[in-house]
Design a protein around this ligand. Structure first.
Ligand SMILES: [Zn+2]
Ligand SMILES: [Zn+2]
Length: 114
């Protein structure tokens, strides 16, 4: 039954390896399978490695997504703040600021010599 290419379980030489470890792709028999949350593995070491890898990949995915969202929100907030400040300045300048600001600007101009 077992010929050249057919893989035998490394732990059970007479038994055909019907399952592949998801981490190291080693062939194993059903008796040797270590089931994990992310698949089947040849050993607990492989299971833990894969779980860690999977967890990190998901964390990175989540992080990059939330960062993009955060940046978009920051950008929007900045735009709103700038618009608000410009509006307030424009409004206030027509009422109060110009009479106060003009002499200051003229003084500064006089100092600089423009
Ligand atoms: Zn493995
Ligand atoms: Zn086995």
């Amino acid at each position: 039954m077992l010929k050249g290419t057919a893989t035998a379980c490394p732990n059970h030489p007479g038994v055909e390896a019907t399952v592949r470890c998801k981490q190291c792709s080693k062939g194993i028999c059903k008796a040797c399978v270590v089931p994990g949350a992310t698949g089947v593995f040849c050993s607990e070491v492989c299971r833990d490695k894969h779980a860690l890898f999977y967890q990190r990949a998901q964390e990175m995915d989540g992080k990059s997504r939330s960062t993009a969202l955060l940046q978009a929100r920051k950008f929007l907030t900045t735009l709103i703040v700038i618009a608000g400040v410009l509006f307030a300045l424009g409004f206030v300048a027509t009422m109060v600021f110009i009479p106060v600001l003009t002499p200051i600007v003229e003084t500064v101009r006089g100092i600089i010599g423009i």
